[in-house]
Design a protein. Structure first.
Length: 469
């Protein structure tokens, strides 16, 4: 049996034996069959059962509930989605504001639902110090980013600028010059949420079959390694594991994110760092950093990792892996006072990235196939919102969720999702972007770097960033 506690720090905190549920044994029928017992699959089952309790719902999971990104992420519950500006740019201001309000209220809805269902996932809404600038070049970029957020429909109350002094009041990042504060963000223990949610949907009558890898789907039919599920509706909720399901690897690729956790930090050190309300934070690095103070006083810190040739998802990590040294170096540069703190955990996971670099909800009543994903690292909150949307689409309910611009109704997913380029184009592009971002980061860190070198690196990174918009 696998030692699932090694999946992440979050799994290691659970008082759970992780004994897998029964596997599927033969062919069965269902109203709804869901592939993947992560956030998207479990929340979809939860809302379908709340809206229509008599539904016969089955979930098949290749490992155990929460094994993928849902049990491995950084714990942010963000009131935003990746690629948001792409969706709202053509809209009137009033419609932009509706979309922003829905994303913001989604954070509170998660907290309220967890409390209602008695799932203590350490939900703490304290906002996020977003992409704090540490260099003059970053300062200009982040001030421009705030203008774009307001143009996209967010109000001054939703997100506002922190000058150097205001930033230091919240978190004392080395060389912090300023940053954006977003109110609508919470933090959680991801494993507590996903494992608690799995238990809850089971209590509602949903059958979860673990260690049952799905092989392929087609209209009304899901084939697994242990039998077939015939269902009116089939929901592949596999995100970063799309390549394991026949045909889906063309539309989503797995990108890895890596996270470290320190030992519990003394209150004296925390007083020097800040984060008094356990806010989330990131700096403006292209490495896509993210962190927060856990409930038990650890620093949780991560950044975007790499991409494996061929789009192969990765689930095994070791703190001894050299790639974790880079995360430690970034953390220690941000907070030099943590150099003496022991790093106790290092883990990672595969998040799903769609070719358009934006998430989606797609449902086709003709085939009965619906899907949601492409969260690009912002799936903890988005999966909840998109699952509510899927539930309404499946039950043919018009709602504020189904009217959003990221929702595609009455259409097959193959008509909506754009295919990724073949290898080695994907791998080479990934390497080029990663190396350019690392080059820029290293130049900023080196005080002896010339202004010309930093300018060239900045322009190259900006150009490559356009590929992801």
């Amino acid at each position: 049996m696998s030692n699932y506690k090694k999946n992440s720090f979050w799994f290691d905190t659970l008082d759970d034996s992780f004994i897998p549920r029964e596997s599927l044994a033969g062919d069965i029928d269902a109203d709804v069959a869901i592939v993947g017992a992560g956030y998207t699959g479990l929340w979809t089952a939860y809302y379908l059962k709340r809206l229509k309790p008599e539904l016969n719902i089955v979930i098949v999971e290749a490992q155990i509930a929460g094994y993928g990104a849902s049990g491995r992420n950084g714990g942010w519950v963000a009131g935003s989605i990746s690629g948001f500006d792409r969706f709202v740019k053509p809209l009137a201001l009033q419609d932009k504001q509706k979309a922003c309000a829905l994303l913001a209220s989604n954070v509170d809805a998660i907290g309220e639902t967890l409390a209602q269902e008695g799932i203590d996932a350490h939900f703490n809404k304290a906002g996020v110090i977003y992409a704090a600038a540490r260099y003059p070049e970053q300062l200009k970029q982040q001030q421009a980013e705030l203008k774009e957020l307001h143009a996209s429909g967010y109000s001054e109350a939703d997100c506002y600028w922190l000058d150097k002094s205001q930033l230091a009041d919240k978190v004392r990042i080395r060389n912090g010059l300023g940053g954006i504060y977003k109110r609508h963000c919470a933090t959680i223990n991801p494993a507590l949420m996903v494992r608690g949610l799995a238990t809850k949907v089971e209590q509602m009558g949903v059958r979860i079959y673990e260690q049952t890898p799905a092989l392929s789907i087609q209209a009304r039919q899901l084939k697994t390694a242990h039998g077939q599920v015939n269902a009116t509706t089939i929901i592949p909720a596999v995100e970063g594991y799309c390549s394991t399901l026949k045909g889906f690897g063309h539309y989503m690729i797995p990108v890895h994110s890596l996270i470290i956790a320190t030992e519990p930090i003394s209150e004296t050190i925390w007083a020097e760092i800040g984060l008094h309300n356990r806010e989330a934070f990131s700096d403006a690095s292209r490495m896509v950093t993210y962190g927060h103070r856990s409930q038990d006083g650890r620093m949780i810190f991560g950044s975007r990792g790499g991409y494996n040739y061929g789009g192969v998802p990765r689930s095994e990590f070791s703190l001894q892996d050299s790639e974790f040294r880079q995360r430690e170096a970034i953390l220690h540069d941000l907070f030099p006072q943590l150099k003496a703190a022991k790093i106790t955990h290092g883990w990672g996971g595969s998040l799903g990235v769609a070719r358009r670099f934006a998430p989606h909800v797609v449902y086709d009543p003709l085939t009965g196939i619906g899907t949601a994903g492409g969260y690009g690292g912002e799936g903890v909150a988005a999966s909840h919102l998109f699952a509510r949307t899927l539930a309404d689409l499946i039950l043919n309910r018009e709602s504020e969720f189904t009217q959003m611009p990221w929702v595609f109704k009455d259409v097959d997913y193959q008509q909506v999702l754009k295919k990724w380029e073949p290898e080695p184009i994907r791998w080479l592009t990934s390497k080029a972007i990663s190396q350019a971002f690392s080059w820029e980061e290293n130049l900023y860190l080196n005080q002896r770097s010339s202004g010309y070198s930093k300018s060239v690196a900045n322009q190259l990174s900006n150009a490559l960033s356009l590929l992801m918009k």
